[in-house]
Design a protein around this ligand. Structure first.
Ligand code: NAP
Ligand code: GLV
Length: 314
């Protein structure tokens, strides 16, 4: 009997994702009947697994009575984890491609601020005025969130030579990274943070992690890089801190409302860089392998990988 898998993610992604998924199922030795939600060929009560993303037409999971797991194509699951109709296990995306993309994006933006590249790229005015940045080992960078993505970024920044610290809910022990945890740990770590990267999930506990009080702890002229989620930062407090020079520049990839409305002050602020939620994308080949592995596990009675925890919200 084939396993019935419903692709109920963003409809426009189906064309690109169908073949990589079929290849991954074949490689995993799975006999799968794969259908797209928009084709209407698979009845809800026949679905064994659902591939899902926030743009999905499926927001009521009640009819999927036989579904053994919902497999998110996104790492962040804040838009589904509180859905009361979702009683099945929910697996979030932990994907090598997503991780590599995030490491590249984060390191690129850290380097931009560390080296002061804007002075040359934007300020070419015929003036011969060398600027000598400190070495990475003399630059304190902090990653808030030491999960799949945050720990990969922290490790790569450490490999560049940066003096890296990290902060998480539970205490971590990562080679070469000074680890902090809990509310007291946040206060301590921010005091030493010249560049802060946010890779926390969006949960009630992480909302406004950076606010007027916590921003004031950072050394004057610090940089913020947020590829996590918009609600991690109190926007008004950040704008105030940018206007006083407490924060020199913020590079923001994610926002409370996306796309960021055209009238939002971030667009025109001289010390804000807006990027359109593009820091890292789930990659077709590697994410299909993760999905296939989880279905293989489900069919063999093994534990699913990357289960989201409904009590913590991530
Ligand atoms: P993850 O593996 O779940 O890691 C989350 C980290 O945040 C963990 O270290 C966790 O601590 C920490 N954390 C959670 N709540 C906390 C709290 N209250 N206080 C302190 N630390 C807390 O998640 P991930 O895969 O690394 O992804 C992180 C986020 O990146 C996603 O949730 C998503 O919002 C964002 N993202 C953005 C993009 C983009 O393109 N912009 C792409 C992918 C993901 P513990 O280790 O103690 O659990
Ligand atoms: C993207 O933002 C994700 O959560 O995967």
């Amino acid at each position: 009997m084939p396993v019935n898998v419903l692709f109920a993610a963003k409809p426009s992604n189906w064309v690109a994702q169908e073949e990589p998924l079929k290849d991954a199922f074949k490689t995993a030795g799975l006999n799968v009947n794969l259908a797209a939600f928009q084709d209407g060929t698979m009845a809800p009560e026949d679905v064994d697994y659902m591939i899902w993303s926030p743009a999905s037409a499926v927001q009521d999971f009640t009819p999927y009575t036989r579904c053994k797991a919902v497999l998110s194509l996104w790492a962040g699951v804040e838009r589904v984890i509180g859905n009361k109709t979702l009683t099945q296990p929910l697996c979030r995306m932990v994907d090598r491609g997503l991780e590599e993309g995030m490491v590249e994006w984060v390191c690129g933006h850290v380097m931009r601020h560390h080296l002061g590249m804007d002075a040359q790229i934007l300020g070419q005015n015929g003036e011969w005025k060398p600027h000598l940045p400190p070495l990475a080992r003399n630059r304190k960078v902090t990653v808030l969130g030491l999960g799949a993505l945050g720990s990969a970024c922290a490790r790569m920044l450490n490999a560049f030579g940066f003096d890296v610290a990290g902060w998480s809910r539970r205490q971590k022990d990562l080679d070469g990274i000074t680890c902090f945890s809990g509310p007291d740990g946040l206060q301590k770590v921010l005091k030493r943070s010249e560049i802060v990267v946010l890779l926390l999930p969006n949960t009630p506990e992480t909302e406004n992690t950076l606010n007027a009080q916590t921003l004031s702890l950072m050394p004057k002229g610090a940089f913020i890089i947020n590829p996590g989620r918009g609600p991690l930062i109190d926007d008004d407090a950040l704008l105030d801190a940018l206007n006083t020079g407490q924060i020199a520049h913020a590079t923001l990839d994610v926002f409370r409302i996306e796309p960021l409305p055209g009238t939002h002050p971030y667009w025109t602020h001289p010390n804000v860089t807006v990027t359109p939620h593009m820091a890292a994308d789930t990659r077709l080949d590697s994410s299909s392998q993760v999905i296939a592995e989880n279905i293989r596990r489900g069919e063999n009675g093994e534990d699913f990988l990357h289960l989201a925890d409904r009590t913590t919200g991530y």
